[in-house]
Design a binder for this molecule. Structure first.
Ligand code: DP6
Length: 384
């Protein structure tokens, strides 16, 4: 039997201008454009291998070693779009194998523990879509492919590029103009670093999909955010990236995180993602910036209590010095020579703050999806 295979990796992205709200739920069309930084795949990535064969009677998915259902409408929408693009090729060239009619075996793994509470769906859907596009030898560019990833999970479309990425909301009802584009490549501003403080929390957060629906339906403040705040901020943030102006970029990033959490609080029933640890980290970063007399570090929080702190390499000793001072008991410092950090800051915070954080991930801006020579699938099309 002939088994056709391909493998690809895709990164995690963390928004600095948040996507929150859909104008179309089934197509994942957003109520505002958003911006993100793609993080390095050395620290966080999904590797996906796919196989197609005439002998595979059905589609199958193994996620982190476990056979999972492929019944979700979102995954089905992605597979249907990819198959239809492959079918176009097959109808033009009868000599190529009819992969669009074969079953698919998909094997996917993250290089970070899912338990870390980090949104892995963006990297997951991006890797799924990119690896199948590669298997099918689709000629479409990354922006076109990003529209398919978007149907899996909105934020996944931004994981199709490295560096600094925008998701343009688009106007069309069919979503054909709602796609990811590159704002600037990694090489434009390579010294952007990110420290992720994984905040421990027992309560289950409201899933982003249903949280957004509640906000769209009930928050008045949300109307102001999407009409007046975000459109202007979108242009300003893009410009700050092009100018490599960290002070402006950081200011807008923090403001937008707070605006997003404000519309969550303004929803009925209110949605709370930040906990006390998150709030103390927010204070710590504002205190640091105040002492410095300029913004050298910027926090952002997604639909959970984890903090992502962006800063530039040149300020690493100061920014990580302060974080190390309060979180040196937490795992994650191994890759750094912590003796060089500047821990002299007299900024006061709760000495027990470290108890609210379970892990620190030190990472940086990174590349978009990559072809992978490593494969998770054997020549029979089963997980290795
Ligand atoms: C707060 O992309 O997970 O992280 O489209 O319903 O899958 P769905 O939502 P998802 O939402 C991400 C929301 C966010 C902000 C962001 O990443 O822009």
């Amino acid at each position: 039997m002939t088994v056709y295979t391909a493998s690809a990796t895709a990164p995690v992205n963390i928004a600095t201008l948040k996507y929150w709200g859909k104008r179309d739920k089934s197509l994942n069309l957003p109520t505002n454009s958003s911006i993100s930084v793609t993080l390095s795949q050395n620290d966080l990535r999904t590797l996906t291998s796919v196989a197609a064969s005439e002998d595979f009677k059905e589609d199958k998915l193994w996620l982190n070693g476990k056979l999972e259902s492929l019944e979700s409408e979102r995954t089905k929408a992605c597979l249907a779009d990819l198959r239809s693009l492959r079918q176009e090729l097959e109808s033009k060239d009868s000599s190529i194998p009819k992969l669009s009619q074969f079953g698919l075996h998909i094997v996917s793994e993250n290089n970070f523990p899912t338990a870390a509470g980090l949104a892995s769906s963006a990297a997951g859907f991006a890797a799924l879509v990119v690896s199948i596009a590669k298997l099918y030898q689709l000629p479409q560019n990354m922006s076109e492919i990003s529209k398919i990833a978007r149907k899996g999970s909105g934020s996944a479309c931004r994981s199709l590029f490295g560096g600094y990425v925008a998701w343009e909301m688009g106007q069309e009802t069919n979503g054909e103009d709602s796609k990811a584009v590159e704002v600037a490549p990694l090489s434009h501003w390579p010294n952007m670093k990110a420290a992720i403080l994984v905040v421990s929390d027992d309560k289950k957060d409201t899933p982003s999909t249903s949280g957004m629906q509640t906000t769209v339906a009930t928050s008045d403040l949300f109307q102001w955010r999407i009409k007046e705040v975000v459109p202007k901020r979108f242009d300003e943030m893009k410009e700050s990236i092009l100018r490599k102006d960290f002070a402006t970029f950081g200011d807008l990033t923090m403001k937008d995180s707070n605006s997003f959490h404000a519309v969550c609080l303004d929803s009925t029933p209110p949605i709370f993602y930040l906990n006390d640890t998150s709030k103390k980290i927010i204070k710590l970063i504002h205190e640091l910036n105040k002492r410095e007399g300029k913004i050298i570090a910027a926090y952002t929080f997604d639909a959970g209590p984890n903090a992502v702190i962006y800063y530039e390499q040149e300020n690493e000793l100061k920014v990580l010095g302060l974080i190390y001072k309060y979180f040196n008991k937490v795992n994650g410092w191994e890759k750094l020579d912590t003796k060089t950090l500047d821990t002299s800051s007299d900024i006061q915070a709760d000495p027990e703050l470290y108890k609210g954080v379970s892990k620190i991930i030190l990472t940086e801006v990174g590349q978009g999806p990559q072809d992978s020579t490593e494969s998770l699938i054997n020549d029979k099309g089963l997980p290795k």
